[in-house]
Design a protein around this ligand. Sequence first.
Ligand SMILES: [Fe+2]
Length: 240
Amino acid sequence: MATTQSEDRTVGAGFHGLWPTPIGLHRYADAATLNPLLVRVFEEGRAAQQRKRGEEPGPFFASDDDLLHRVKVPEWQDFVRFLVHSLGETAKQANRAAWAGRELELKVGIEGMWFQFSRDGAFHDVHTHGNCSWSSAYIVQIDEPQRRVSHPVYGAANGVTRLYGPHFTALGGAFVDVGNAYLQPPHHDIEPVPGQLLLFPSWLAHQAMPYDGEKDRIIISFNASIHAAQGDQMHGYSAH
Ligand SMILES: [Fe+2]
């Protein structure tokens, strides 16, 4: 008799680490060629959108979220293939148990994509993303590490993406002893490296920490959904 996925996940005697947080870090091989092109394209795009919106240039700018279809340089399609491939690989690893060895043909949907500029201490406060399964930050440009971390106020956290563990919102970790030492640190900083793609679950609380530097901090963000071409067939995964 066929067993359901949930039956396969019976929790028996022993130790279990339930609900780990999947994170994917990928590097785009042609970043040194693509990123300077994107800086030019985004600077032009920012100026055009600010004119359209009647905005004055300021320390923070977020573009409209239709970037995926807006960029016309020929190198863009290879970059999009890298994003789709990276999403597939990270989702595959995160769902190794849930997919139970099934070879799925994935349909990756990038639901919204935009770029952001920040400087002069601009930041994006703690938030989550909805209506999708994966979210991201790709670093296009930021100060070199030595200059970035030597900032007199922000130090090593200057311009990093800070991820908050799922227990953080429940004040898990506010009481500290050796018994719950595994909860520390309650957040983790992802060092910003040009060409690096960070993929994280959309439900994960995160923050773009304040940034100040010689160069603008420029990133691309997007939200993605992932479906199986043959149908998601998730009925076997529902909790009892
Ligand atoms: Fe975000």
